[in-house]
Ligand binder design. Sequence first.
Ligand code: ADP
Ligand code: ASP
Ligand code: MG
Length: 444
Amino acid sequence: MSQFVVKDSGLVTKILVSKHINPCYNFKVMSLIVHKYGGTSVGTPEKIKNVAQRIKKIKDQENELVVIVSAMGHTTDELIDLMHKVTKNPDSREYDMLVSTGEQVSAALLAMALQEMGCPAISLTGGQAGVETEDIYRKARIKNVRLDRIKKELKDNKVVVVTGFQGIDSKGDIITIGRGGSDTSAVAIAAALKADVCDIYTDVDGVYTTDPRIVPEARKLKYISYEEMLELASLGAQVLHPRSVECASIYNMVIHLRSSLKEDEGTYIMSASQIIKEVGKMEKQEAVRGIALDENIAKIGILKVPDKPGTAAKLFGALASEKINVDMIVQSIHSGGTQADMAFTVEKPDIKRAVEVTQRVADMLGAEKVISDGDVSKVSLVGIGMVSQPGTASKMFKTLSEEKINIQMITTSEIKISCVIKANEGKKAVQILHKAFGLDKIAQ
Ligand code: ADP
Ligand code: ASP
Ligand code: MG
């Protein structure tokens, strides 16, 4: 795709998308292309050299290229393990200083591999590349991308390799933007550069109906809307960082998620209206497009809490002020109506702090007790078509009950249904639901 073609003509946009889809497209325009390579794709020196080959080939066709990289393989996890060997209470600023180093290694190595092939390249940290973030360590949002440096290096005919997952705050400190955040770095930089598409290269060749590691029969989707992808990613499908999808939808940036090992097309993540233009059959949309499993959750219950105004506000206000994200919330009333039980889920790493805060509020409110369970997971069905096709929830519950899987919590929205179940039943639940909803048979 080219950013030199007028973008506000529907027809031209259509041609551009088709060009990207059809590699045989036969007239050449100079393009500004943004690629992102995930950890597995740059996991070894050989893989870095392969990525460099791919980039050089595209650069040789007179394209301008900005490449965002993740840390090699499991480097970020290893850095966090190292951290736990020296402290139980890591300082957040030093956490960011430490974990951001992984991306610097892969960026510098990729730039060197390109130089070695005779392809001019430079690596830049998030700060050097102008990625400005909020002043919040560990999970800041990107506020702005100042493009002067990237543009200067592109003008000097270099491939610009930028470290993903990091930026710089108003004090000049290195800030990370949340685990898996390199996808968001890539989309934010692509949006700032007004690229037409952001190619995200990973270890699968597209977005599937569910994680193909759990269900080998899962089907690759050719297109998926921002709304559905955002739900899938937020509900645990690790294939894309949820904020990257949010950012792409704000700037109408098409994401092409594809394999770093193959040349094949992957999945286009774009607006529902763009998809209708491409395939022209939105009405036929299946009720369920995908299934996600989140194994990174824990459940907390607060029992027999006085049922009066302000109780929920106190509890969830206290959790919010400790920056603990709460997801599903269920409240049930005891007979007599003066007491209630509340249950909610948090991210697994937050369970200890969440229980402490909940216990503090329970003591204050005179609740009977606080319980917690880290042995749970959440399985979710996602699909825009659900709104117009009743019966999806009941079919989900029936399918789970036939396998004797007990549902502990349920939440629904217009385009998703989530159930909390026992952790060791999560994969089984995904497999049976995938089959029950015929996702192994849908056309691409
Ligand atoms: P990267 O290191 O490139 O960022 P990730 O490991 O973060 O890659 O994400 C890719 C993985 O996401 C795949 O290997 C796959 O197992 C998993 N995944 C989960 N859900 C899906 C899905 N619906 N479609 C494709 N991959 C999925
Ligand atoms: N390296 C970071 C992580 O593992 C960011 C990323 O890979 O997207 O979370
Ligand atoms: Mg990832």
